[in-house]
Design a protein around this ligand. Structure first.
Ligand code: F6R
Ligand code: MG
Ligand code: MG
Length: 373
């Protein structure tokens, strides 16, 4: 019998700015899921990364199931009520629609889901990032699933040697899901040509070519496409199955030691390095830096083990220090050039009106004609 892993996350309010949800908010979401998911959830876990609350669920209902999505939506509504009572900042921030309509996709919360044939032992990783967007995972996924310099399994494992299929989405297209399927390693340069533009082309899923099994599911929501204006960054969640036919946990984690620059940070408008952090970490420097957490689980007959907190391990302290130094270095140049995102990403913010006013004040100076001409 197939098992579905669903993670649905939203920012519904936080303490001290866009920093972290309150304990009561988290307890309220958890209590709601516990009480109302009893008939169809097998297991669940609640966590937060920055100001985003994630509900990880296991069940047999498949992807996009109305009951599962409705449960998460209602849990977020209950949490929002508490956020309002406590005066939390940005209460209900990501609940962009007034009423639930079958599926939380397109309503604000981010969703990553995978229906799988559970292996006898099924390790998987749950990533959650805050103050950045789904393209943040492009580079680490490319390295983990397509580059033998990062992933020796691509050379050493007979299954992984057959490569992986990347499904990549054009997230600027708003009338539907515009996707392309490309195979690694044959189409590596095509994959690279798209993934180099992480604000437009985002890895949506990755599949083993040896077995046809799904390895990765990424939440691809772009909130400004729903709201039409800046309402916060998209703060993507991701599920990654690991080991055997898939990259090992360590191969999937290794790229996060780079601390690569991603879109996000203050007002979602900057380029800042991504810092790997422990689960349930808040936000600080320059409303960032953008952070990513990674909880490892095994699941058996739908029951989750306790989580291992992969980026809490001491190795990552050095990486965090490195990312902090990169953050400070980038911030030294303020809004100039590469420090801030290009206009295409800022067009959902107030700078548009400012530039429109200035546009009208430009004059074209008459060309000077030299006297002796
Ligand atoms: C970025 C983010 C924050 C806010 C900033 C201003 O994703 O959430 O950087 O953009 O704190 O927030 P407001 O406009 O709510 O005061
Ligand atoms: Mg927020
Ligand atoms: Mg957030």
């Amino acid at each position: 019998m197939k098992l579905t892993l669903s993670v649905i996350k939203a920012d519904i309010g936080s303490i001290g700015g866009h920093v972290a949800p309150s304990r009561r908010l988290l307890e309220t979401v958890e209590a709601y899921i516990h009480k109302n998911g009893i008939n169809f959830l097998i297991d669940y876990n609640i966590s937060h990364t920055g100001d985003d609350v994630a509900i990880l669920m296991t069940h047999r209902r498949g992807e996009g199931n109305e009951d599962v999505h409705n449960l998460a939506w209602n849990a977020f509504l209950e949490g929002t009520a508490v956020a309002k009572q406590q005066g939390l900042y940005g209460a209900g921030q990501d609940l962009l629609k007034d009423s639930f309509s079958g599926n939380v996709k397109g309503m604000g919360p981010a969703v990553a889901e995978m229906e799988i044939e559970e292996r006898p032992n099924e390790p998987f990783l749950f990533f959650a990032a805050d103050k950045t967007d789904p393209g943040a995972y492009n580079l680490p996924l490319y390295l983990a699933f397509a580059d033998p310099m990062n992933t020796p399994g691509l050379l050493l494992s007979p299954h992984m040697s057959q490569g992986f299929k990347f499904v990549i989405m054009d997230v600027n297209f708003t009338e539907g899901d515009r996707v392309i399927e490309l195979n690694a390693p044959e189409q590596l340069y095509d994959i690279a040509a798209l993934l180099r533009d992480p604000e437009r082309f985002v890895v949506e899923s990755i599949w083993s070519r040896a077995s046809g099994e799904q390895a990765v599911a990424v939440a691809t929501t772009r909130l400004h496409n729903i709201a039409g204006k800046y309402t916060g960054k998209d703060d993507p969640v991701m599920l990654v199955r690991v080991q055997m036919n898939f990259p090992a946990t360590g191969e999937v984690l290794t790229p996060y030691a780079i601390g690569h620059f991603v879109a996000g940070g203050m007002r979602g408008s900057h380029q800042m390095p991504l810092m790997p952090v422990a689960v349930n970490t808040g936000i600080s420097y320059f409303d960032g830096p953008p952070i990513v957490s990674c909880a490892g689980y095994c699941v058996h007959n739908g029951m989750l083990t306790e989580r291992v907190d992969n980026f809490a391990q001491p190795f990552w302290n050095e990486v965090r220090d490195h990312v902090a130094r990169k953050s400070i270095e980038m911030r030294r140049q303020g809004f100039f050039g590469a420090a801030m995102l290009p206009m295409s990403e800022l067009e959902y913010t107030g700078i548009v009106e400012k530039l429109e006013v200035l546009e009208k004040q430009f004059v074209v100076r008459p060309a000077l004609v030299p006297e002796h001409a």
